[in-house]
Design a protein around this ligand. Structure first.
Ligand code: ADP
Ligand code: ZN
Length: 672
């Protein structure tokens, strides 16, 4: 809704003034409307010397002579004004003329064909006024979209950056950023630049203009940028790349200009542009699309501004994106965003640290095992973990607990992965059985495959969109082998395979599984060169809007075939595994129907322990081994040092037996 404000009032006042200007003739005389007969009578009686006949609106007006005022108006000139008039509506212009000539009237007669100028003017202006009003309305809407103190149309070209001044409420420091030691170290340099630029410029060095924080969403890029500002104690402008882009041409560029102007005034300071890919996308590569001119203009302006300010002006630009590959190369050139800082998803110890940061404000159980929580949240970003902590507190509050405990956190994790449990969803026994068989299929196959992710739990309680779910502990591998991928595909197909084998039908419940499997297989064949027919070929193409495939039709067919073959093979494999273990699978499904949730322990009871070590176990073992080695080395070192210090035992006297000579030799030597 358009808000009522002073602007509208001004417009109303101006309109009113204009109206009066057109209407008023400077003096106020009264006017009386009379019938035509009366009018004729006044004329015959000679009350007037001045008649105006308006042919347009069919009225006639006479000015009454002062001596007859009392007869007509029953009042003196002090009440009626100087030129009081009488108006009438005449039947036709001819009749008026006839009457006037017949009545021997001697005064002036004026025939006029006036339009009401004001009305006609209004008529012709109305569309324009309406247009302006509509335009104003939209401008205002857009101007106020940013939520800052915009004052309507005049702020469209202003940057929408939010400014966090020194000493304002926001004070994030590196302490608030858990983990991310690498990125922190890299931005530490920027903090130094901002704090002590002279140190660098004195040596002739140039201060970098910008750094690009690259990483998936929620990993703390914004947080890191804020921490840089907090540590250096400088103002911080925060803006999202999409804020630059507006419906109007030229707005983006003017916002960029405005942002840099503001920043220069506040220097030294930091500009943070989130999601820079919104403006920084590679400029029109595909002529067929014609490119987005407005976005390109904005990008050009950004590049110009970055070149324009001197290296020593003390403005440093940090930008965040998770798609460096689509950024325009010009942005990444030296002198612009010449540093890239990778902010990755946190690993286990980092997750522990992030949990600790976000648990600070919570009231926790005494014996909460944070490491267990970190283990349960592989692949979670910092933002997800913050979310888990908050969700856990809410769950605890719902249960009226006095503190937040382990189960609250685990529930929160489940909820964030899978959505809210829907205990109310009504299912027939048959549906329930199908789902149990499906999920048990996943569980069985993954348990029996060496490289499939270790299972955590399986449920058939519907949650969000899913009817059942199996939770795994994805291993955070650095490289994945073909065997590992195949095993995972096989395990994912285990659900449908079990349905087909044990219910005789296949169902829509496997939709998600199939989607995942198909995508993975395409990835393996087309991008990773892992199929026999198309080995060592990568057809990856990171260019947007590129509809021509980088391979021939024949290859396309071959890719399709290879994918089909790969999936079929794994499906058969899953079926044969299930067939061989049909009884165990059935037992698992029965428990699942009974209890609705089963954990790895239950699966282990049926299938026995997995003979393979998980990656985590291997890592732990290796760590322990290397520690032991180190320990042994240190002990040996210490021994060597200790061995040198005391006087060496005297050389054995050959005549005496060795046992008698050195009864206290230590074990090691004996063994050796
Ligand atoms: P990004 O900009 O990468 O999308 P944000 O910086 O906006 O992510 O992070 C969102 C929220 O997630 C932060 O406000 C913070 O609460 C939390 N968070 C993310 N990473 C971390 C971290 N390393 N340490 C502490 N909190 C984090
Ligand atoms: Zn499934």
């Amino acid at each position: 809704m358009p808000r009522f404000n002073l602007n509208w009032l001004y417009i109303a006042i101006i309109a009113g003034l204009a109206f009066m200007l057109f209407q008023g003739n400077g003096e106020s005389s009264i006017n009386k409307t009379v019938s035509y007969t009366q009018f004729k009578e006044y004329v015959t009686k000679g009350y007037t010397q001045d008649i105006t006949v308006n042919k347009t609106d069919g009225t006639a007006r006479m000015v009454i002579l002062p001596q007859y005022l009392r007869d007509v108006f029953k009042a003196g000139s002090e009440r009626t004004g100087k030129h009081p008039t009488v108006t009438t509506n005449y039947p036709s212009a001819d009749k008026v003329e006839d009457f006037l000539s017949a009545s021997q009237y001697k005064g002036n007669v004026k025939y006029e064909e006036t339009h009401n100028y004001w009305l006609s003017l209004l008529g012709s202006l109305l569309p324009i006024i309406l247009l302006i009003a509509v335009w104003l309305f939209f401008m205002r809407r857009m101007g106020s979209g940013g939520g800052n103190n915009s004052t309507g149309i005049f702020s469209v070209g202003k940057s929408k950056a939010r400014l966090f001044e020194k000493g304002s409420g926001l004070h994030v420091t590196f302490k608030d950023v858990a983990g991310q030691e690498g990125p922190k170290q890299e931005v530490q340099e920027i903090v130094d630049f901002l704090k002590n630029p002279k140190k660098y410029t004195d040596l002739g060095g140039k201060i970098p203009k910008g750094a690009l924080l690259v990483g998936p969403p929620g990993t703390g890029k914004t947080l890191l940028a804020k921490a840089v500002a907090g540590e250096a104690d400088v103002p911080f402008f925060s803006m999202s790349g999409s804020d630059f882009v507006e419906m109007f041409v030229g707005v983006g560029a003017s916002r960029v200009r405005d942002l840099f102007r503001q920043a220069k005034e506040k220097a030294p300071c930091i500009i943070f542009i989130d999601e820079i890919d919104a403006v920084g996308r590679a400029r029109g590569k595909n002529p067929a699309f014609g490119g987005n001119d407005e976005r390109e203009n904005t990008l050009n302006q950004l590049l110009t501004e970055m070149d324009g300010f001197g290296t020593n002006s003390g403005v440093i630009i940090l930008a965040a994106t998770n798609r460096v590959d689509i950024l325009d190369k010009a942005l990444l050139r030296a002198g612009r965003f010449d540093r890239q800082i990778h902010v990755d998803l946190p690993d286990l110890p980092e997750r522990v640290a992030i949990f600790k940061v976000h648990m600070r404000p919570l009231k926790l159980d005494k014996d909460l095992d944070i490491e267990l929580l970190a283990r349960q949240t592989p692949g979670f970003s910092g933002a997800d973990i913050a979310n888990v902590c908050n969700e856990a507190a809410l769950i605890a509050a719902r249960h009226n607990s006095s503190s937040v405990g382990r189960q609250d956190f685990l529930d929160a994790v489940d909820r964030i992965i899978g959505g809210l449990e829907k205990k109310t969803k009504v299912m027939t026994e048959d549906e329930k059985r199908t789902i149990a068989l499906h999920e048990a299929g996943h569980a069985s196959v993954s348990w029996l495959l060496q490289y499939a992710n270790p299972l955590v739990k399986v449920t058939i309680v519907p949650r969000g969109q899913a009817l059942g779910a199996a939770w795994y502990l994805p291993e955070e591998r650095n490289i994945t082998t073909k065997e590992q991928m195949l095993d995972e595909i096989c395990a994912t197909l285990g659900g449908r395979a079990a349905e087909e084998l044990f219910t005789g039908h296949i169902s829509s419940g496997a939709l998600n599984d199939l989607e995942v499997v198909t995508k993975r297989s395409y990835g393996m064949v087309a991008y990773m060169g892992m199929s026999d027919e198309l080995s060592n070929l990568c057809y990856y193409n990171n260019q947007e809007y590129n509809f021509t495939k980088p391979y021939s039709e024949k290859t396309a067919e071959k890719i399709d075939e290879e994918v089909k073959r790969l999936i079929n093979e794994q499906y058969e494999r899953a079926k044969s595994i299930l067939r061989e273990n049909a009884d165990k699978h059935a037992r698992l499904a029965a428990i699942l129907i009974d209890r609705e949730v089963i954990y790895a322990e239950d699966v282990e009871k049926i299938f026995g322990k997995r003979p393979w070590k998980s990656r985590t176990e291997v890592l732990l073992e290796e760590e322990a081994a290397s520690k032991e080695k180190e320990e042994a080395r240190r002990r040996a070192e210490a021994e060597r040092m200790a061995g040198v210090a005391p006087t060496t035992p005297p050389p054995p006297i050959p005549e005496l037996p060795a046992e008698a000579e050195a009864p206290e030799t230590n074990d090691k030597e004996e063994k050796a």
